[in-house]
Design a protein around this ligand. Structure first.
Ligand code: FAD
Length: 441
């Protein structure tokens, strides 16, 4: 099929949303140019080097129900079974709680897993299973949104059940404290991961970094369709210009700004940058205000490089009432022996600690909980202060369309069922791309 001569789409941002849009448009024979301000692609899910070791700017995990993301990774040449370690649904808090879903069809696997779990008396396990059955009965849909904590309280989930079971799930999924987190958004994630195929609830841990996993492969794909992906090139302004959109761009290699015209623009930048770009366009000023009103939550990842022989009892392990919420053994996941990633999601007292001290405290927890006596050879704390939007109840999220028909908005924070996730980002990018591709059919 020949390329559509009338369309040239600019995509602002080479994160997962922008690259998903680029691949989808390229596959529909639409010419695209991606502008990424950073030196490297991937946005919040990008690979970084430290001490000659390849790490991510934060440990990420995918769920089996992230069908759009997984399908796109394969479309650009990835192989899910090679690229990821697949763990069947499990929730293990060291020495405190253990849930392993048995090999049964969903949602029986979770119910049986809950009933057989270790660390809670039978009555509480039954209460948790009844809660899940109730969610199934109401098709994971609430009459109106409330906080996760309110929902749990309404359904007889006590403090221990909340702390050991529901809070870790909510924080991992929504990166938002349970007293403000949207119950409806959590139910969307539970609906998609716990219903349907059993594999939907699998946890997928990447063997390669997040820039290599998709954005780099996506670039090759886009290039094959004559598209361009520019890094270290930021978009400074967007302006309607007749039927087209004028972009002012600046590459870090040159001092001069450039002006280019495009038929369409998909703004797939971070919310902060989208608000800045939209603010100066009168038709987009209201959306800019809405975006600027979105608050954020942090995620800290503490990487600790131990001697090679150090390993965890399993690839992923939770801690109860510690700074470190989840530990990932990069040796078992990616062959990076001795490297442990400790994840601390959402706001908390860890934000008041200097990185050095936080790393020491996490190493101390690993020693106390697991008896690992070796001293880390080095550590690296990556604090993503605006890691995700704060997924609060009834949060108004901007639509992918704007008052300007040829300016679209993508990104994990735009309207959709999901919290800030790779799947949400990818789905938003595909949605924008399909809206543009539909105009040529
Ligand atoms: C530490 C951490 C852990 C996470 N863990 C998980 C997880 O386990 N599972 C999960 O599903 N999700 C997780 N997330 C969330 C996930 O990373 C995001 O939802 C997703 O990456 C967002 O993608 P995006 O494309 O919408 O935005 P971004 O990744 O923010 O991409 C926007 C891009 O736009 C670029 N840009 C900004 N302004 C301009 C401009 N003016 N011109 C050109 N380019 C510009 C930026 O440099 C960036 O590359 C995590 C996030 C973090 C930070």
């Amino acid at each position: 099929m020949s390329q559509n001569k009338n369309l040239h789409v600019a995509i602002i941002g080479g994160g997962y949303a922008g690259m998903a849009a680029a691949v989808t448009l390229a596959a529909s024979n639409v010419l695209v140019t991606v502008f990424e301000s950073a030196k490297q692609l991937g946005g919040r899910a990008r690979g970084v080097q430290h001490n000659n070791v390849q790490i991510d700017n934060g440990q990420h995990i995918l769920l089996g129900c992230y069908h759009h993301t997984l399908q796109l990774i394969e479309q650009v040449g990835g192989n899910i079974e090679h690229d990821f370690v697949r763990l069947p649904l499990q929730l293990i808090l060291h020495n405190r709680f253990e849930l392993k879903a048995p090999h049964l069809p969903a949602p029986l696997h979770l119910l049986a897993g809950l009933l057989r779990s270790k660390g809670l008396v039978f009555g509480k396990r039954l209460r948790a299973a009844r809660f899940m059955l109730m969610l199934n009965r109401i098709n994971f849909t609430l009459p109106h949104d409330i906080s996760v904590l309110e929902l749990l309280r309404m359904h007889d989930q006590d403090d221990e059940l909340i702390r050991i079971l529901w809070e870790p799930i909510c924080i991992s999924a929504l990166n938002t404290p349970i007293h403000i987190a949207s119950a409806q958004v959590l139910l969307h994630v539970l609906r998609d991961s716990l219903n349907g195929l059993r594999s939907n609830s699998d946890m997928l841990l990447p063997r390669i970094d997040f820039t290599a996993l998709f954005p780099e492969r996506a670039t090759e794909f886009v290039n094959q369709y004559k598209g361009t992906v520019l890094t270290a090139c930021s978009v400074e302004a967007i302006n309607p210009h007749g039927k087209e959109i004028k972009l002012i761009t600046r590459s870090t290699a040159e001092s001069n700004a450039h002006t280019e015209l495009f038929s369409h623009v998909i703004c797939a930048s971070s919310p902060i940058s989208a608000a800045r770009l939209f603010r100066t366009v009168p038709q987009l000023a209201l959306i800019a205000e809405q975006i600027a009103g979105i608050s954020h939550q942090p995620i800290y990842t503490v990487y600790l490089q131990y001697p090679e022989q150090v390993h965890l009892p399993q690839p992923m392990l939770g801690f109860d009432q510690c700074f470190a919420q989840w530990l990932f053994d990069k040796g078992q996941i990616a062959g990076q022996h001795g490297l442990i990633a400790a994840v601390i999601s959402a706001q908390g007292s860890h934000q008041n600690l200097k990185h050095e001290l936080l790393a020491q405290k996490v190493a101390q927890e690993i020693y106390e909980q697991l008896g690992i006596m070796e001293t880390p050879l080095w550590h690296k704390v990556i604090a993503e202060k605006s890691a995700t939007f704060s997924c609060k109840t009834n949060l108004p999220r901007p639509s992918h369309t704007t008052p300007l028909a040829n300016v679209l908005l993508a990104g994990d924070y735009t309207a959709g069922d999901y919290p800030a996730t790779l799947e949400g980002a990818v789905m938003s990018g595909i949605l924008c791309a399909k809206a543009i591709a539909a105009t040529i059919q």
